[in-house]
Design a protein around this ligand. Sequence first.
Ligand SMILES: *Cc1c(COP(=O)(O)O)cnc(C)c1O
Length: 405
Amino acid sequence: MTQNYDSKTLIDLEDRLGAHNYHPLDVVCSHASGVWVYDVEGNKYLDCLSAYSAVNQGHSHPRITRALVEQVGKLAIVSRAFRNDQLPLFYKTLLDLIGYEQVLPMNTGVEAVETAIKAARKWAYTIKGVPHDQAEIIVAEGNFHGRTTTVISFSTEAQYRDGFGPYMPGFVIVPYGDVDAIARALTPHTAAILIEPIQGEAGVVIPPDGYLRGIRQLCDDHNILFVADEIQTGLGRTGKLMAYEHEDIRPDVVILGKALGGGVYPVSAVVASNEILDVFSPGDHGSTFGGNPLAAAVAQAALQVIVEENLVENSARMGQYFRERLDEIDSPHIDHVRSKGLMIGVELKPEAGGARRFCEALQERSILAKETHEHVIRFTPPLIIDQAIIDWAMPRIRDVLLTVS
Ligand SMILES: *Cc1c(COP(=O)(O)O)cnc(C)c1O
């Protein structure tokens, strides 16, 4: 397939040959650099989705790309049946950065969520003393933790569940943002509370101040694990390295993914204490590709770029700038704006007719954003964005929010 095909041909081919489990904007991307994405016709767009925060460091970051290319030419995978020279260095880079004692590497985000669930359950049986097969994990309404059959079992989104039963038991769902609801749901069998510090897929839902501290307190009082899914919120997205830092607490288990792969390769991980991750013995759990040297080399570079390019601080500053400019837009369609750092959601009024139309209008004005649920436009550009680019984008965003009717 060396010939160049136009967008229409490629869209037709994709729709004819592929399963229809996505509804993408009809932009056929062929290359990208930094915050900019180009389609096959050569049109240039500002990426305001960042692959759901997998591209926090920007597209094709030179240093991350170099790490990938150099490593793939040396050693890509041997499986965990043998050791490799990159995995321990990845562990050290990650733990030096965020603390904690052990890492368990996987590939996709949901695999790391599954790993955390397994860890919490086994911890409950072997350390806390919950009777066999009775462990409960408390989760929040509106959660998004991925798409496996176990994880969709505790989704509250009908579309993610319907038709995919029977469902995995052992999960208790409570309203998001309500510590008292968690307290009421506790039983002697509660192993863990699994939450997103900010709910991304639910539409950038930010819990009330004190929510994470309240959960920390409950977990301390009742010997329960606080498991934070930072796959989307972590690694600088919200203006802190980890979103839990906004409330000065530390969860017991942290789940990372997306930007851990530097926008080039899937890498995920669970980090926790020795006590928790020591529940795993050889053979208990694993993944053929998890912890391979290519992933480990990429993840080291991905983390180093976040630190050395001050992307966390830039996310905080540019997030505030982006937010202030958005707040200046006086559109009849906007209900309100929610944001932390460069995780920004514009909630439209129901009568605006849905966020999809606005995202299509943004695409016509060279900005790629994705609607989240019906009424939220999410803006999550790469964390390398600067003021000049936001100034370039804002008249276009304003135009869309004022003129689409
Ligand atoms: C994206 C996401 C996941 C799932 O990650 P995958 O790599 O798609 O499996 C889990 N939790 C949160 C909060 C996410 O945003």
